[in-house]
Design a protein around this ligand. Structure first.
Ligand SMILES: Cc1cc2nc3c(=O)[nH]c(=O)nc-3n(C[C@H](O)[C@H](O)[C@H](O)COP(=O)(O)OP(=O)(O)OC[C@H]3O[C@@H](n4cnc5c(N)ncnc54)[C@H](O)[C@@H]3O)c2cc1C
Length: 381
């Protein structure tokens, strides 16, 4: 017998878990299915911390969505009665005309966001954990901080379950078959029918959305943790989260020593090595750790010695933007891209957008830049 739902969400990482919670809050009959247990080590939504910042260097057009995301994170915390978002400020450091510094200032100025511009002397006085070159500056976004990814994913799943969602873990969906009346979902354990399906399968997205085969590219990411020599300089109360623009050497992100974990650092997109999502993440090697050790020794020497390193995965689209849209040719399928390595902070608004797309066929939130059309235009340009 085929079980019938209003909406099925395939993939319960960041995007799928939030979508399921927003759907269930609207009182519909929803099912969420994940091949593993969510926030697992092969997903992109584990690892204790994710940056959030308001002055978005990538493009000022993200700011209205971030404002909504912050509001939704605080609502999630209120419903869960636990902390998900911690404000530390985020420093964006580099040459004044570097992409990150220039872009952050532009976003802050366009949207009237509070920010401080600090020179080398200001940085030495206020944030001695960082080494800054002559002529470099830092833009402090006081609304920035970090999120707890596992708490958020599990929290959204708990809310969804409390609102009546059916949750299936350890069940891989092998096919979705859309037709005019809805979608048939096939897994090893069963067959389901839903009016709409949301595909939020992260680095596996192209398996169920073959239109993304050449566009959604899973790549290897590496992060490492360092134990501070000076236990005070790297505390979250004294050291903000940071982004550092190193020009041709790319950009690095990092967190203060949260709990007992030490300072965490990574280079955005690392070496951009494509990976097969169905194989284990290739292990950390000396080239990976040399890169991160050199960065820490030069830029955050107070972070001390490396104590751990691990691999994770980003899934990149050509423009490095998001894709949140109905599938062209079948409006019963909603596609949620894994967001090109910078999506976690938006999870709380992406969930709302996905629920709107599935239940209303559109959303009042500004998502025109995240459409299949926008992706095609970028590729054609
Ligand atoms: C190391 C690292 C650092 C990052 N830092 C930041 C940051 O600081 N700030 C920020 O905003 N973002 C950051 N990101 C990006 C952000 O974490 C991701 O955009 C986000 O977590 C992607 O979530 P997702 O739900 O799309 O994918 P995932 O979390 O991978 O979830 C996809 C889920 O789908 C399931 N699935 C796949 N195929 C199937 C199937 N056929 N059937 C059933 N289930 C299936 C999987 O098991 C998985 O649980 C970072 C990412 C990484 C890896």
């Amino acid at each position: 017998m085929t079980t019938q739902f209003d909406v099925a969400v395939i993939g319960l990482g960041a995007m799928g878990s939030a979508a399921l919670a927003f759907l269930s809050a609207r009182g519909i009959r929803a099912i969420g299915i994940d091949a593993y247990f969510p926030a697992h080590a092969l997903s992109s939504s584990h690892g204790d911390s994710r940056l959030i910042r308001m002055g978005y260097f990538e493009d000022p057009s993200y700011v209205p969505l971030l404002q909504r995301a912050y509001r939704n994170w605080r609502s999630l915390e209120a419903r869960l009665r636990t902390d998900v978002l911690t404000i530390t400020g985020v420093l964006q450091i580099g040459a004044p005309d570097s992409k990150i510094v220039r872009g952050t200032r532009a976003s802050c100025e366009m949207h009237g966001l509070p920010h401080d511009v600090l020179d080398k002397a200001d940085m030495a006085a206020r944030f001695p954990a960082f080494q800054v070159d002559d002529g470099e500056i830092a833009v402090l976004d006081p609304q920035g901080g970090y999120l707890r990814p596992e708490t958020a994913v599990m929290g959204y799943l708990k809310l969804a379950a409390a609102d009546g969602a059916v949750l299936h873990f350890g069940e891989r969906v092998s096919a979705i078959e859309p037709d005019d009346g809805g979608v048939t979902i096939q897994s090893a354990a069963g067959r389901y029918r839903a009016r709409k399906v949301i595909v939020a399968t992260g680095s596996w997205i192209a398996e169920l959305v073959p239109q993304l085969k050449t566009h959604a590219v899973p790549i290897r990411q590496v992060v490492a943790w360092y134990q501070p020599r000076n236990g005070f300089a790297t505390e979250p109360q004294r050291m903000p989260c940071f982004l550092r623009d190193e020009g041709p050497d790319g950009s690095y992100f990092g967190f203060p020593a949260i709990g007992t974990d030490g300072v965490k650092v990574g280079r955005h997109a690392h070496f951009r090595e494509p990976i097969d999502p169905n194989r284990p993440n290739p292990p950390v090697n000396d080239t990976d750790t040399d890169l991160l050790d050199r960065f820490i020794a030069k830029r955050v020497p107070a972070a001390g010695q490396r104590v751990n390193a691990t691999t994770c995965r980003y899934t990149m689209l050509p423009s490095e933007d998001f894709l949140l849209d109905l599938l062209p040719g079948n409006r019963n399928v909603v596609v949620a891209s894994p967001c090109s390595g910078h999506g976690f902070k938006f999870t709380s608004v992406v969930g709302e957008i996905l629920a709107d797309l599935a239940l209303d066929g559109g959303t009042a939130l500004p998502t025109a830049a995240f459409s299949f059309d926008a992706m095609d235009r970028f590729i054609a340009a």
